[in-house]
Write a protein that binds this ligand. Structure first.
Ligand SMILES: Cc1cc2nc3c(=O)[nH]c(=O)nc-3n(C[C@H](O)[C@H](O)[C@H](O)COP(=O)(O)O)c2cc1C
Length: 149
């Protein structure tokens, strides 16, 4: 079983959350690759069982680093895939972690199955965020196990 973990992170909080996700998946025996969104095309998700996309939020628009990837998903059929979206934000802003929600909806449109609701983290990862990520990782693995031939 394998996973691709893609992240866009300006100050490191989302990247840290993705590191936590990678560790959780690896503990469950999943082979993981983690990459900046700038090095990935949407098609790369076709090669894996579990798709993870982490993004920060700066305002209502998606971060520029994930727009191409986001648009790639428009033309993909990810109906055999399970996914998680996660990211860091700040409740001081109006649209808390909106980009995490936007990416979640984009995976849904591509037909992918959510392992968990969008994971929204207030700034840096706390213990409860780590637990949420671990639960999502376990749920993704269970989905793949129950859908493999
Ligand atoms: C200019 C600016 C705009 C921001 N806008 C939002 C926002 O609309 N919603 C939100 O939840 N957080 C917002 N934030 C907070 C960041 O998402 C937060 O600092 C987050 O931890 C950054 O993640 P990163 O460390 O992965 O880059 C904003 C931060 C800055 C500096």
């Amino acid at each position: 079983m394998n996973a691709l973990i893609v992240y866009a992170s300006m100050t490191g909080n989302t990247e840290e959350a993705c590191d936590v996700m990678m560790a959780a998946l690896e503990d469950l025996g999943v082979t993981c690759e983690m990459e900046s969104s700038l090095n990935i095309f949407g098609e790369d998700f076709l090669d894996v069982d579990i798709c993870v996309l982490g993004t920060y939020t700066y305002g209502a628009e998606l971060p520029e680093e994930i727009i191409d990837l986001y648009e790639d998903l428009d033309s993909l059929d990810l109906s055999q895939k399970v996914f998680v979206t996660l990211g860091s934000g700040d409740h001081a802003y109006e649209a808390f972690c909106q980009s995490v929600d936007d990416c979640y909806q984009q995976f849904i449109k591509a037909g992918a199955h959510p392992a968990a609701p969008p994971i929204k983290i207030e700034l840096d990862c706390k213990q409860e965020d780590i637990s949420t990520i671990e639960v999502a990782a376990a749920s993704a693995v269970e989905w793949v196990q129950s859908h493999s031939a």
